[in-house]
Design a protein around this ligand. Sequence first.
Ligand SMILES: NC(=O)c1ccc[n+]([C@@H]2O[C@H](COP(=O)([O-])OP(=O)(O)OC[C@H]3O[C@@H](n4cnc5c(N)ncnc54)[C@H](OP(=O)(O)O)[C@@H]3O)[C@@H](O)[C@H]2O)c1
Length: 495
Amino acid sequence: MQRLSDGPVYQIQTMWRTMLRLHRSCVAPYSLFNLPRQNLTSLRGACPQAIVSNGAAHFSSSVFGENDKGKRPLRIALCGAGTVGGGVCEIMLSRGAVLESMGYWIEIKKILVKDIAKERDFDAPAGVQYVTDLNEILNDDEVDCVVEMIGGVTTAKDIVFGAIQKGKHVVTANKALVAAHMSEIDALLEDQPQVRFGFEASVCGGIPIIHGLQRTFASDSINRIAGVFNGTTNFILSKMELEGKQYHDVLTEAQALGFAEADPTADVGGYDARSKLCILARLALGVQLDESKVSLQGMEMITADDFIYAKKLNCSIKLLGVVEASEGKVTCAAVSPMLVPQENTIAKVHGATNIVEILSSSLQRSFLIGEGAGRLPTANSIMADLTQISACDMPKMPFLLRQDLEVCDDFDGQFYIRIRVKDELGIIRKAGELCEKHGISVHAIYQEPWKDPTNMPFVLTTETTAHSNVEALCADLDQEPFTVVKTFHMPFLAQ
Ligand SMILES: NC(=O)c1ccc[n+]([C@@H]2O[C@H](COP(=O)([O-])OP(=O)(O)OC[C@H]3O[C@@H](n4cnc5c(N)ncnc54)[C@H](OP(=O)(O)O)[C@@H]3O)[C@@H](O)[C@H]2O)c1
């Protein structure tokens, strides 16, 4: 074995760069001086840290860092080659050379999949090895960074935790995993201070919200994050609003178009948005929310009638995640359908688009809008993490400083309450009495002239009150003989 001294290596590097340039301008894509591309890939590794044995180059196994930047590629292993993993391969093939010329030198070495025989709808860069055994990645000293794009919280957890423990950088698209294990990931990273952890793709697909919070907003003081973090719910609610359709009809349409899963519970039930809210709360406010205690209401009870009333109130209806803090307390952490005043930009974002609103001391009100899912938007966020890691420009503390804020288990707001009743005398009087019982002041009452007297929706809006008061009121209303369908309530998003 011969270790290359700096002098010859420098010459080899210079020669290699020249060959690479020639290769890129060459008409035949896979040959240069009759060398197959695979050989070129291994030649590319010939830089100061390379060790040459029997003509093949490999690298020492320390964590990729400042000393490696620009001298050798960040060698990555993709775990998962489905929608997102395929997108990463596509971007690497189309933009890899441009990225390299900008100083982001990244090379895919291995791809972990479940079924190696499966036909793929993308091309992997030349020389990439497909594997099914995770240990072939975790135990490979030539893999600097592991990219988890499998999903779920079992194998994915083994991958993420195992890679950090092995001193490999990690990038993941997995919001469920990050939301559930932020504290443990933090602890693992403390033991591996040179390892970097990227999770831009885990919240709102292609929107650069994580990097924004880690950088631009790090010097600002955020007091509220609110937004549409799930494209499926926005697609359904937008169609209900714009086309006057009922929830179940639009859900079926969304499933046929591929905008909703066969089992849509995670999306329409608000669970997906809640995981994302917990990640954003940690980054924006430094608070670790207990996901199971975040107030959660899905959108399954919304009907076309609610949009008729929403229009009267000059509002749109969106399934929002909101986390808010003031005076050292988290005063609201909730996922629910909410009435959004039309003057708020959130109300105007339709289709599967996502939007995040950030209220902060210095920047005041900011919005990030974009594609919240999909192959290339999500893969682009993975690439954004990889470029930062390859440039040694990823923050050391991914979740920023932790603060022990008190988290209130209730929140205040103005509410919309829709009661479906069979027509009889004294309904408004009784509803008023129950509001008084729960300390709720009624702001207004709305009733459209409905045709079916056995099932008529009418609506109360309230002055500011506690969510728990409204829940208790709705439970009482449901006991009344005139109530024919479970009473529905949602908050207004405060301006
Ligand atoms: N799709 C999106 O728009 C989107 C947006 C944001 C975030 N994400 C997140 O990105 C992640 C990946 O999503 P996706 O849509 O790309 O998933 P996907 O299309 O279902 O692909 C999953 C990939 O993981 C592989 N895989 C699954 N289980 C495995 C196992 N036990 N061992 C080895 N490989 C395994 C599969 O291998 P085979 O191909 O051999 O079956 C497949 O290549 C998820 O965490 C998701 O929440 C997705």
